[in-house]
Design a binder for this molecule. Sequence first.
Ligand code: PDD
Length: 285
Amino acid sequence: MPRTAYVNGHYVAYDEAMLSIDDRAVQFGDSVYEVVAVRRGHLVELDDHLSRLERSLRELRMAQPRSRTALKLIMKEIQRRNHVHNGLLYVQVTRGVAPRNHKFPSAAVRPGIVVTGKSRIDQESVLAWQKGVKVLTVPDDRWRRRDVKSTNLLANVMAKQAAADAGCREAWLVDDDGFVTEGTSSTAWIVSRTSCIITRPLSNDILHGVTRGNLLRVIEAHGYSVEERAFTVTEAEHADEAFITSANNPVTPVVQINDTIVGNGEPGPVTRRLQEHYAAVAGAL
Ligand code: PDD
């Protein structure tokens, strides 16, 4: 089935969708984005994603390209035209097109918007969700505003590739003090030997994960003990369980960190229960 993309006001054939070579996303990574899961036709946590997009734009002093309502309509139209029942929508907003110059272009330059959608075709995420994944830890080389969901992802790309080269699905990024910040495209969690669920608190050190926020509400509603604090690589390696969360990998067990098997090497009971609780509110993968 031919795919359709939305680019700067037009619905176009995906293969013909293009950005100008002077788009600031191309020149500087001067753009922000969101990835929204679609499960059984429903756009999961859509308003939370759009709130974060608006926040990213504000933090980078970029204009809102459209009202939230208008952006939702575009996203739903892309979902409809691409028949996305289970899959992902991608939204990117750039500072616009202007001759290359680091400082902001004039206020007359309009922000650019790209929206695409895809049905999940590979089984990798489902397999990861069922059996768990391996994680490699690497230094966190990113800039300090990781709370902004920018397309400037080179450090994430390098870390993810290092993980792939080591046979791992994700890399956990580690700060200068030996504490895990997050994954290259996911939030990092561990479960202590006393069944306490631990994840790093919100700050500019990490992306404020939408799945993270909603899972925390689920965790609290079910009465689990939870601590928002940083943890070291060693603590994670000796934890009972570990997992990652993101829009496209909700509650995915981590069964190995570097050379260390986590727990008994299988998805742990707390992680399994959280998968069920989360699926009950956000839809199963
Ligand atoms: N990534 N941390 C980072 C660095 C991320 O890039 C992501 C999401 C998350 C999880 O956020 P959320 O729960 O809101 O998806 C945490 C998306 C999926 C991506 O870049 O493809």
